[in-house]
Design a protein around this ligand. Structure first.
Ligand SMILES: O=C(O)CCC(=O)C(=O)O
Length: 290
């Protein structure tokens, strides 16, 4: 379900929300996100919910799976991750984001953790590029490698337990040291987040996307000067609120628009698989990583 809120003169971000069966006309959706013809694309039933359900239950129950907790020191934002212990974003453990070397070391050490936790019943390494290719305008879709041949993390599993959330932020990350190589070869006008819900929570966990970018003049901030003032943003700017079910995919121009994930209510965790993607400058390929 999508709800749009228009505030004053600020329109809501442009959202396309369709079932997988209606995506034939969206073959160039990734370019549309870059060109700001669309800001969020939601594809309902992108992966079969029935096959994801047992995976969600197992991931939710599996306390022994070795989830990483890079935001542990900020309890409301204490997301759990499998697939890396050094994610490709700023975290409370590493506010400037990791170095490329640390990220790639972790990728080599932990990339099998996510596949193992899912088990043999579903092969994300096979399904993800197939799914993303539907929106790539015929471009090949692949995981990047560093110049020394090391591979980036293809995807991460994320668990948000009761009372956890992802606070308001944008992903204008190409200035981080981690991206010293990728920023040379991809189109850095934006970055696209892709997220598929494996298990939806009972309540909460919605995706909110705001018509506010890192360049919006005087975007409201808290007195500390760096955190965004959510209440003021919701009052002044249009936004969309998206409720995702198991199997739903979204693509969001997350390098451009502020967004957040609502607090989880109820004991069932929100479990997702996700990462980023970007168009190569040459226009030949789409690169995806997490
Ligand atoms: O988990 C989500 O739905 C959003 C993830 C997110 O905030 C991001 O990709 O930047």
């Amino acid at each position: 379900m999508t709800e749009s809120s228009v505030t004053g003169t600020s329109h809501a971000p442009r959202c396309v929300d369709v079932p997988l069966t209606a995506t034939a006309a969206l073959a160039n959706a990734i370019v549309d996100l870059y060109e700001q013809r669309t800001d969020v694309l939601v594809v309902r039933g992108a992966l079969p919910a029935a096959q994801l359900a047992p995976i969600g239950l197992r991931l939710d129950a599996g306390h022994e799976l070795g989830w990483e907790r890079p935001n542990e020191r900020m309890p409301p934002e204490d997301i759990q991750l499998l697939g890396t212990d050094t994610p490709a974003t700023p975290t409370y453990r590493c506010p400037q984001g990791p170095s490329l070397n640390d990220y790639l070391d972790s990728a080599a050490k932990h990339h099998a953790d996510a596949d193992q936790a899912i088990g043999p019943g579903f092969d994300f390494q096979q399904h993800l590029p197939q799914l993303l290719r539907r929106f790539s305008g015929g471009r090949d879709v692949r995981v990047p490698r560093a110049v020394d041949g090391r591979e980036y993390v293809p995807y991460t599993l994320r668990r948000l337990a009761e009372h956890k959330q992802i606070g308001i932020h944008h992903d204008r990350h190409f200035r981080l040291r981690l991206y010293e190589q990728l920023a040379e070869i991809v189109d850095t006008r934006t970055l696209v987040s892709w997220v598929i819900t494996i298990q939806a929570p009972e309540e909460g966990g919605e995706l909110f996307v705001y018509n506010v970018t890192p360049d919006t003049p005087n975007a409201p901030k808290l007195p500390n000067g760096f955190q965004f003032d959510l209440a003021a943003i919701e009052q002044r700017y249009g936004y969309v609120k998206l409720i995702m079910q198991a199997g739903d995919l979204f693509l969001l121009a997350s390098g451009t628009y502020l967004h957040r994930v609502g607090r989880i209510l109820g004991p069932r965790a929100r479990i997702t698989v996700g990462g980023f993607l970007a168009l190569e400058r040459s226009g030949e390929q789409v690169l995806y990583w997490s």
